[in-house]
Design a binder for this molecule. Structure first.
Ligand code: SF4
Ligand code: SF4
Length: 247
């Protein structure tokens, strides 16, 4: 027991001060892109041809963050002349269309913020549904429960039963085998409830977007309230989206 106490004292306080204090991520982290609208269209076309996700709109010179897996290919191919990924991890949006971006995102929808803040501002319980992804999204959601992020200090928790939940957070491209389970879990959550699409798979099918074995995207099945892009989303991207949407 003394060893445990000694170890605890040596470890000190490890919980991040975010959002009270800003946090800097490692320089290799790819977050919100900056796009140069004046760059050559031929270069954008080359990036679009190489993009594994068909996430680049050449005519508009925009990137769809709902499809992007942040592989960085377009940045290296254009040597930063078309797109440069910043370390800004704050990328959650309330509308799917907002994820098609020049590099700027609106503040999370004000009316939804007010609506959900009133309902869930003090306590938000979520049921996570893993609907056929690679498990990296789930792993990075799980990280939110570690002492560094300590999600429960904000009154947000993941629960085992959908009947105890205020909403669902879905990861994965919704394989056909998971379609009914996703719908049944959603139905088991009492009203009013929220739906969160976490990761490129749940938003657009992600790397599986052209597979015949998936439903396609969560919004085609259930109306989504909050989108959290990434592959997987960084835990801070998820934390920021939850805090700004509900708190
Ligand atoms: S970073 Fe995104 S937009 Fe760029 S090539 Fe990769 S998937 Fe496509
Ligand atoms: S979005 Fe990426 S990390 Fe998340 S489940 Fe899909 S492939 Fe895996």
């Amino acid at each position: 027991m003394l060893k445990v106490i000694k170890n605890r004292l040596e470890q000190g306080h490890r919980t991040s001060k975010y959002p009270k204090e800003p946090i800097n991520l490692y320089k290799r982290f790819r977050g919100l892109p900056e796009i140069d609208n004046n760059c050559d269209e031929a270069l954008v076309q080359r990036c679009a041809d190489a993009c594994p996700q068909e996430a680049i709109d050449v005519a508009a010179k925009q990137i769809d963050l709902g499809r992007c897996v942040f592989c960085g290919l377009c940045e290296s191919l254009s040597e930063g002349k078309f797109v440069h990924f910043t370390q800004n991890f704050e990328m959650g949006t309330a509308n799917r269309d907002d994820l098609l971006t020049y590099g700027d995102l609106p503040v999370l929808a004000e009316h939804s913020q007010k609506h959900f803040k009133k309902l869930f501002g003090r306590s938000l319980q979520l049921r996570q549904i893993s609907a056929g992804g690679c498990n990296a999204c789930e792993a990075d959601i799980n990280v939110l429960n570690t002492p560094f992020f300590d999600l429960s200090r904000f009154g947000i928790q993941f629960v085992a039963s959908p009947r105890h939940a205020d909403g669902i957070m879905v990861t994965g491209p919704i394989s056909k085998n998971m379609r009914q389970a996703t719908l049944s879990t959603y139905a088991a959550v009492p009203n009013p409830k929220v739906v969160i699409a976490c990761g490129a798979c749940a938003i657009s099918g992600g790397p599986f977007y052209d597979s015949d074995e998936i439903v396609g995207d969560l919004n085609s099945l259930i109306s989504v309230d909050l989108y959290i892009p990434g592959c997987p989303p960084h835990p801070l991207t998820t934390l920021h989206a939850l805090l700004n949407y509900f708190k």
